[in-house]
Design a protein around this ligand. Structure first.
Ligand code: SAM
Length: 260
């Protein structure tokens, strides 16, 4: 037997999320940390599913509005209903760039997703938007003179205020043309009981990224410069429910803006 690598020993937020979604791309350390979260917030798996449903509806909305380019930052491990599968139901010629900072997530995505002339996976860090935008695959795949839907779904809460996520999001906004979409979902501290919330963030302190829940007002600031589409920034399960069975549990807010 080989000794576990560092990557396997340290809980990793991408693989913990995979475990919450019922996936199998996770190691013992990820499962142990995820189980700790589930012991504090037993509905975390349901909330993760609700977040995926939000992503599906928001991506479909962008495709139906005519957007044909998608930049999914913090894309995570492949799961059911990946972005390229959603958009191709509306517009088969759409291009999708999956980006993630985590090397294991990127490796799995490259292995499991159909990499072709319309889909690519890059390793990139949201905290370094200039490098992300300059990545050769991003440059060759996306025409920034045409609208792009930038997806920041359940990723901004892994970027601390000290790392200035607002500047990163503004940089991405400024790189895109009017008519581009920004899709945001974000864990919230609103209404969370303080003690369990502290225990939850303590688990993430020992993982690959700290967890930074934010208030509604602070999450709304990410959408500065965008016109928020109805119903605004709301609990993810309440964003344009489309008749499919909805998971009612929201641990965060979701919203879509269209660049002015
Ligand atoms: C909870 S998962 C969300 C996956 C997917 N977006 C979704 O909502 O279903 C968060 C993902 O963000 C990635 N991530 C965390 N910090 C990041 C950063 N600074 N840049 C890019 N990706 C990041 C993690 O590796 C992980 O895959």
């Amino acid at each position: 037997m080989t000794a576990p690598t560092d990557a396997e020993q340290r809980p990793n937020v991408a693989r913990m999320y995979d475990y919450f979604l019922g996936g199998c791309h996770n190691f013992a350390a990820d499962r142990a940390a995820a189980e700790q979260i589930l012991s504090i917030f037993p509905d975390t798996g349901v909330a993760a599913q609700a977040n995926r449903h939000f992503l599906r509806r928001a991506v479909r909305f962008a495709a139906e509005q005519g957007v044909r380019q998608f930049l999914d930052i913090g894309a995570g491990l492949p799961t059911q209903g990946n972005v390229h599968e959603i958009v191709r139901q509306v517009a088969p010629d759409s291009r999708v760039v999956y980006a993630d900072v985590d090397e294991v997530a990127v490796a799995y995505a490259r292995r499991l997703l159909p990499i072709d002339d319309r889909t690519v996976v890059v390793r990139a860090d949201l905290r370094r938007p200039d490098e992300l935008l300059a990545h050769p695959d991003v440059r060759s795949f996306l025409d920034l003179d045409r609208p792009v839907a930038v997806l920041l779904v359940a990723v901004l809460h892994f970027v601390t205020d000290a790392e200035d996520p607002y500047a990163a999001v503004a940089r991405l906004r400024d790189a895109t043309v009017p008519g581009s979409h920004l899709v945001v979902s974000h864990l919230t501290s609103d209404g969370a009981p303080p003690l369990p919330a502290q225990r939850g963030t303590a688990v993430y302190q020992r993982s690959s990224a700290p967890l930074v829940p934010r208030t509604h007002a602070d999450i709304l600031r990410f959408l500065d410069g965008y016109d928020l589409v109805e119903p605004g920034l709301v609990p993810v399960a309440q964003w344009r429910p489309d008749g499919e069975p909805q998971q009612r549990v929201s641990h965060g807010y979701g919203g879509v803006g269209i660049r002015r």
